[in-house]
Design a protein around this ligand. Structure first.
Ligand code: GMT
Length: 385
């Protein structure tokens, strides 16, 4: 198949999933065309089946807000036409689904039929999307997509709850490349960070409010009293300055390290003992899956789709959002020397259930189904590539 992938190329779960999916599809022989405003960070190599089309957004003094959606639709039209794509797969509803709808209509006027699949990732539905400013466009463009997928059962149900959706939504979970995300021999890192054999707790995110990083810090503050330990905070974003201040106020800077944005996240996870994700909401929790793949147990909230990933008492524990005391109690229990090996051993088998090799064929089957259904429904005079 020739597949166009549209996503946010920046540091964020939806862009990572879209990029890794494209790489996986290219590996099994599909031709993949990325259409984004900058090169996705995990796409820094040559592959004969991967093409990259940058969306050009001209500036003009009249535009207070450059019309990105129009530029994106035009890019989609050109790539579909000249690369003869079979399918457009857009990740994150805003504004990709509505831009794809416009591209589809433009192509239709030129006698070309292109099926569109929209994948919902989370904040496009649970936070930003349900805002009145976007809701009518989201509802319309989800209903007009030829296929819609969501990354968890929770997200599927939330979409039905918040929007008047009249169509089926297929749940295809996040996945993990177990060749990349695996426990590596990095004991020298562990010795450098934890010179006296302390336990290592890790949190990775884009430091947005929804991640509740202050709960990570408060949890660590109390765990550290019971068990000698260190905390690594990986990533960057709007909450960073506030969290640094909190760590200074709590006089914890000797035990907390901010690593900023880091590509080789698997190297840090390889030496971690516990991963913390106390999010307010989380449609799937890709970062927690990356931790499991590196054999790291989880302390998470029970929000959103996290119960579909973290198995209570097996791969770690879940607590109500904001219940720091419960997270502390659970973290201390998991970190006990007599318990930790069991939780670590349970992590990888759980991650294997979300192996790329299993989830990729799910996408391929869904693509084939949607392409064939939409061909049947398209007017006969339109060209199907
Ligand atoms: O979580 C983020 O801040 C990034 C966000 C995004 O939209 O890129 O991630 C969302 O999509 C990921 C991939 O499907 C999911 O694993 C994350 O759970 C989801 N984030 C939220 O729902 C908050």
């Amino acid at each position: 198949m020739k597949i166009g992938i549209v996503c946010y190329p920046t540091f964020g779960g939806s862009g990572v999933v879209a990029t890794e999916l494209g790489k996986g599809l290219a590996k099994v022989g599909h031709q993949v065309h990325f259409i984004t405003y900058s090169q996705p960070s995990r796409l820094d190599f040559f592959d004969q089946n991967i093409f990259y089309h940058e969306v050009n957004i001209p500036t003009y003094p009249l535009f207070q807000y450059p019309p990105y959606e129009s530029a994106l639709s035009s890019a989609m039209v050109n790539v579909v036409k000249y690369a003869q794509l079979d399918l457009l797969h857009v990740h994150y509803a805003i504004p990709h689904a509505s831009s794809a709808y416009l591209a589809k209509q433009i192509l239709r006027a030129q006698g070309i039929h292109i099926p569109v699949i929209t994948t919902l990732h989370g904040t496009d539905i649970t936070l930003v999307g349900k805002d009145d400013s976007y809701e009518p466009v989201i509802t319309f463009s989800i209903n007009e997509s030829d296929g819609v997928t969501a990354v968890s059962e929770f997200l599927k149900q939330s979409t039905y709850e918040y929007f008047a959706i009249k169509r089926d939504i297929e749940v295809i979970p996040n996945f993990i490349d177990l060749e990349r995300f695996r426990k590596l021999e990095k004991s020298h890192f562990k010795t450098a960070i934890c010179p006296d054999g302390e336990k290592l707790l890790v949190h990775t995110s884009n430091f947005r409010k929804v991640k509740r990083i202050e709960d990570v810090v408060k949890t660590f503050y109390k765990v550290r009293d019971a068990i000698p330990s260190k905390l690594l905070l990986v990533g960057d974003g709007p909450e960073r300055a506030k969290i640094e201040r909190l760590c200074r106020d709590l006089d914890m800077m000797n035990d907390v390290r901010f690593l900023g944005k880091l590509d080789a996240i698997e190297e840090v996870l390889s030496v971690a003992d516990l991963f913390l994700m106390p999010s307010e909401t989380e449609s799937f929790g890709l970062a927690a899956l990356e931790a499991l793949a590196c054999e790291v147990p989880l302390i998470t909230s029970n929000a959103g789709g996290l119960p579909e990933l973290n198995v209570q008492g097996e791969t770690g524990f879940m607590s109500n959002v904001g219940d720091v005391d419960d997270m502390v109690k659970n973290a201390i229990y998991v970190l006990q020397d007599e318990n930790l090996p069991r939780f670590k051993a349970n992590a990888l088998p759980r991650a294997k259930m979300f192996d790329l090799a299993t989830v990729l064929p799910h996408y391929e089957r869904y693509y084939e189904k949607i392409i064939s259904q939409s061909k049947q429904n398209a007017p006969q005079n339109l060209i199907n590539h």
